[in-house]
Design a protein around this ligand. Structure first.
Ligand code: GLN
Length: 503
């Protein structure tokens, strides 16, 4: 039995039944990492010793009869934007090269307390800015479906690790789509929880009013299990929701039974049609039919202000990023570059460090954000974008009176070739046309793999729910997943090409 092919839920059952040990499961994943990382490059750091030590500890506790979390002993990969005590954390940037955080993010604390061995830190676009992971300062990650193609971004490393069976579970972060879009293009499940439902304490902030961490997995149930573990109130995050999470795992299990009677599914007019690849649209239409067969009612809903979402996002996000990134000054963390020509003043160290430490995309966004926030332009740009944000929230409110969930394709196209959009920032930004509205409104979203496009590459189906109703994502997502697997006879990833064993 190849332990790397099992879902986290299946591994949990085997661990609980004593059929396998966490050391065996963890070692199997480390061996797989060893075998395929040369081709995929999903990881920036692999922590063999730490992962195996956690695994051995969990095995000992289980042998001693302690009661453990259901995911205890199931290994996980963590996006490198999440701080991990004693484990290098770079956010994909040169400016943080060599930085080892002195504390754990709240979600990492929760993973550790539950006994999940951390396999390592995954590659990403620098500071989570991008849709292809090509903006990483540490090289490209390759899509396991086609190594010449991007794995999505910014969390391409987490998605590729899960798709390549290097990890059964991973953590991503989603500011404008960075969990869901990589999920869509790698055939994995990705969830952006309700804003405030997973603590942001210990995430290296890009845009604080949009950032949210969430699960990257191969099944909807696995996402629910992980979401319940990392979610819930945290006093160290002032935007954390002080209420219990809805019952996510129960919702996923109920959904898997396949009955969606009484569920109104709203198809958003503005999030499909023109600009979406033919195969993406075809798979979307087939998935809608499956939901209808499961008993759901389809309704067409219009969210007219969604067409301004991308524009508003690319003012609000850079504005917040320009403020959040001001702390990287060559004094406090990571890289420090001193000018070689002339006096070493604080200002000149900052300038030399940022010049050498930040990549082009990060510089572009800092400049954009600083401009949008400047006294003379604040009202025209940042102020207007915030008004658009309110209009988008109102569109969601109106749509959710007509439908229980909203749906669309997750991304307009399948994975493009490495390098194809690197010199065209606007083309890169368009990948998130369907995912960004959810971040602006704080509502939750999931991407469920729903087939292969005409080019043989995976596509994703996005489900959005009202804030704090994340359980609906899991109910509808699990129902769709079950219906699709009935059609395919196997999970989609079983169709992915075998990766050549490269070292
Ligand atoms: N691709 C989007 C961007 O570049 C979203 C990034 C994200 O969600 N972190 O901003």
């Amino acid at each position: 039995m190849d332990l790397t092919r099992l879902s986290a839920a299946a591994l949990s059952e085997k661990l609980t039944a004593g059929e396998v040990t966490s050391v065996e499961v963890t070692q199997a994943h480390l061996d797989r990492i060893d075998a395929v990382e040369g081709a995929v490059h999903a990881f920036l750091h692999v922590s063999d010793d730490v992962a195996l030590a956690t695994a051995a500890d969990v095995d000992a506790r289980r042998a001693a009869g302690q009661s453990l979390h259901p995911l205890a002993g199931v290994p996980i990969a963590v996006k490198d934007v999440v701080v991990t005590e004693g484990m290098p954390t770079t956010a994909g940037s040169k400016i943080l090269e060599g930085w080892v955080p002195p504390y754990d993010a709240t979600l990492v604390e929760r993973l550790k307390a539950a006994g999940l061995p951390i396999l390592g830190k995954t590659n990403m676009d620098e500071f989570a800015m991008g849709s292809s992971t090509e903006h990483s300062a540490y090289g490209n990650t390759h899509n396991p479906w086609d190594l010449e193609r991007i794995p999505g971004g910014s969390g391409g490393g987490s998605a590729a690790a899960v798709a390549a069976f290097e990890a059964p579970l991973a953590i991503g972060t989603d500011t404008g789509g960075s969990i869901r879009q990589p999920g869509a293009v790698t055939g994995t499940v990705g969830v952006k929880p309700t804003y405030g439902s997973v603590s942001r304490y210990g995430l290296i902030a890009m845009a604080s009013s949009l950032d949210q961490a969430g699960p990257v997995t191969r099944t909807v149930l696995d996402s629910a299990l992980l979401h319940e573990l990392i979610g819930g109130h945290d006093a160290r995050d002032s935007t954390s929701i002080d209420e219990p999470l809805p019952a996510l795992v129960d919702a996923a299990r109920q959904g898997a039974l396949g009955d969606l009677t009484g569920v109104r599914v709203g198809v958003v007019t503005e999030l499909s049609g023109d600009g979406y690849q033919a195969g993406v649209s075809a798979r979307f239409a087939e998935s809608l039919e499956l939901l209808e067969k499961a008993g759901a009612t389809l309704v067409e809903v219009s969210c007219p202000n969604f067409r301004y979402a991308l524009g508003a996002y690319y003012l609000i996000m850079p504005s917040e990023a320009s403020s959040n990134l001001a702390k990287f000054d060559g004094m406090r963390f990571g890289l420090r570059v001193e000018p070689t020509d002339g006096p070493v003043t604080a200002e000149r160290v900052m300038s030399a460090t940022r010049g050498a430490g930040f990549g082009d995309e990060v510089k572009r966004r800092i400049i954009l954000g600083t401009y949008a926030l400047s006294a003379g332009y604040y009202d025209a740009y940042y102020g207007s974008a915030q008004k658009v944000r309110t209009l988008i929230q109102r569109d969601f409110d109106a749509a959710f009176t007509q439908a229980d969930v909203l749906v669309s394709p997750t991304a307009p196209t399948t994975a493009f070739k490495l390098g194809e959009k690197l010199d065209d920032p606007l083309a890169m930004y368009l990948n998130d046309i369907a995912t960004i509205p959810a971040n602006l409104a704080g509502v939750p979203g999931i991407s469920v793999p729903n087939g292969l496009s005409d080019d043989g590459l995976p596509v994703g189906f996005q489900i959005l729910a009202p804030a704090k109703a994340d359980d609906r994502l899991y109910r509808v997502g699990a129902a769709l997943e079950a219906a699709l697997e009935n059609v395919w006879g196997a999970p989609l990833l079983a169709q992915a090409p075998e990766l050549e064993i490269a070292r």
